[in-house]
Design a protein around this ligand. Structure first.
Ligand code: NAD
Ligand code: MLT
Length: 525
């Protein structure tokens, strides 16, 4: 029986549905998530709304497999750390979109008609008709950043107002945008031309602070910005500076922290809501139902399509990440593990070219033991930049017909200058296969188990001598590949053995055949 902890005010429907399906459910929002987690360390599933799921929370739940965010934005969850701990994180996309879209329409109308100050003034006994002269939404140009679930619903809900819609979303083609009634254009054009701009993008490394002074300055006087997405997307200081210079209207639903207390944005926001976008009974019910359904589908059918922290993009076989790790580890051993690479060059053939950034984490994991593949592409790039390692992803010549193959070259700086080695491999019949190591082509061996690599000037009898030394120690040879490079006259023997060849024996072989390189290498799993 899976134990589900719901330390939040989520519609009881989720707990009931899970309980009926035989899950053990703790639904308790009476104390903070930290306390609930401490009381239920055996929970395998955590269903949250906007509670922060930090590294500490994840570590406090050693059996945790799944975190479900009953909602859309998951910037409150340490998704990277969850991945590192092999915990899947899901959201419930679309469950609360209508609530937000309706809030956006309300805010636009309320701001244009001075609804809130006019109400307060009239209650105070005043009669300020001329002060509250308003604007009509009908016929205006509305710009939408992010044409996902909410962005598209905003278009639908506003469509009775004869609006001209401009939109930007890198994942939505201009043709698809046209289908939903939106003219696809640049962010700059949206800010320059729209009367009302509404944000429906996630907050992440790319979007944090993206609505900045340059964009605010482009806004027409009197234009409106609605932020029901996330606080971090706008640069509040820049908004303050521009608002001091010209009249723009700002409607805000989101804050760095969901809590009572003074809000820094108060002096620049014309309307402020306490993060009410999804705060409807209908949305809470939808999110609860989806959270329960997704949890059940995850455990019973292995359905992971709402997982937001996959280590792999759809379409990339995990075997290729493993291959990148193996090729890098082997090249590193060939160069001498004591040498740290200063430059990495990669070639990804066939459809692997589309996944280059996803193949970088295993390369970094192979050269830095404290880097985990699950940390993701951005972290891999950052790790290499911090370590001063240059990365070049080369243009490839697909006319070589390598299929889905990759070459990874490492450059290390030694006392005698920069030297390099590389390996190429592919996946065949579901098994990784190494076809080249440094100057030795057509190796075609499966990197699994224990291998001895010996490089030497080719002459008759070398393999016999190596086999003799191994045989004396009762080490059995499972397979041998020994291509010769006819240009250099050197050979590389890749000998698969039943056990790992001990270091002392490797040294003995090195001396016996006058090897230029000799090392044993065991490939994991
Ligand atoms: P969604 O994932 O369906 O859509 C987000 C869209 O933004 C995607 O189509 C994506 O391609 C696009 N996008 C990403 N980066 C972009 C960029 N730099 N420029 C333009 N487009 C970009 O998500 P959704 O359900 O529409 O929700 C959007 C955001 O709204 C959530 O991430 C969440 O932070 C916020 N939200 C707020 C409330 C609230 O209560 N105020 C409720 C729900 C969601
Ligand atoms: C969401 O991302 O779903 C919303 O912001 C709702 C919330 O956090 O309560």
């Amino acid at each position: 029986m899976h134990k589900v902890l719901i330390p939040t005010k989520l519609d009881k429907f989720a707990a009931d549905m899970l309980t009926q399906k035989g899950y053990e459910v703790i639904l308790d929002a009476s104390s903070p998530i930290e306390e609930q987690v401490a009381k239920n360390p055996d929970a395998e599933v955590l269903i949250v709304r906007s509670e922060k799921v930090t590294k500490e929370i994840i570590d406090a739940l050693p059996k945790l497999k799944l975190v479900v965010r009953a909602g859309a934005g998951y910037n409150t969850i340490d998704t990277k750390y969850a991945r590192k701990r092999n915990v899947d994180v899901m959201n419930t996309p679309g469950a609360n979109s209508n609530a937000v879209a309706e809030e956006v329409v309300s805010l636009m109308l309320a701001a244009y008609r001075h609804l809130l100050p006019a109400d307060a003034s009239t209650r105070a006994g005043l009669w300020e008709k001329s002060k509250f002269m308003g604007h009509e939404l009908t016929g205006k140009t509305v710009g939408i950043l992010g044409l996902g679930h909410i962005g598209q619903l905003v278009v639908k809900r506003l469509s009775g107002f004869d609006i001209k819609f401009l939109g930007y979303d890198p994942m939505i083609s201009p043709a698809r945008a046209e289908e939903i009634g939106v003219e696809s254009c640049s962010v700059d054009r949206i800010f320059a031309e729209a009367d009302c701009i509404t944000l429906h993008i996630p907050e992440n490394e790319e979007t944090r602070g993206m609505i900045n002074r340059r964009l605010f300055e482009m806004m027409k006087p009197g234009a409106m910005l609605v932020n029901c997405a996330r606080a971090g997307i706008i640069n509040e200081e820049d908004l303050r500076a521009v608002k001091a210079e010209k009249k723009i209207i700002y409607c805000n639903d989101v804050y760095p922290k969901d809590a009572a207390g003074e809000k820094s944005v108060a002096d620049v926001a014309d309307i402020m809501m306490p993060h009410l976008g999804a705060n409807t009974f209908e949305a809470n019910f939808n999110a609860a139902k989806r959270a329960a359904e997704q949890t059940i589908a995850y455990f019973e059918q292995g359905i992971t399509n709402c997982v937001v922290n996959k280590a792999l993009p759809d379409g990339l076989d995990a075997g290729f990440q493993k291959l990148a790790y193996v090729l890098t580890s082997l090249t590193r051993a060939y160069l001498g593990n004591e040498n740290n690479p200063t430059r990495i060059e990669t070639s990804f053939y066939g459809k692997l070219a589309d996944y280059a950034k996803w193949l970088l984490p295993p390369i970094v994991a192979a050269i830095a033991k404290d880097f985990a593949v699950e940390q993701g592409p951005k972290e891999a790039e950052q790790f290499l930049a911090d370590a001063g390692v240059e990365v070049v992803n080369r243009m490839v010549d697909n006319s070589k017909h390598y299929g889905e193959a990759m070459t990874i070259d490492l450059f290390v700086g030694g006392a005698d200058g920069l030297f390099k080695a590389g390996a190429r491999g592919t996946i065949t019949e579901n098994n990784p296969m190494i076809s080249r190591l440094d100057e030795f082509d057509k190796l075609y061996f499966n990197p699994a188990g224990n291998h001895l690599f010996v490089e030497y000037a080719d002459e008759p009898g070398v393999i016999g001598r190596i086999a003799g030394i191994l045989g004396e120690k009762n080490i059995n040879i499972v397979d041998i590949r020994a291509p010769q490079n006819v240009k250099t006259g050197r050979s590389l023997s890749v000998i698969t053995t039943n056990v790992e060849v001990p270091e002392m024996l490797v040294e003995k072989i090195r001396e016996a055949v006058n090897a230029t390189k000799a090392f044993s290498f065991s490939f994991e799993g």
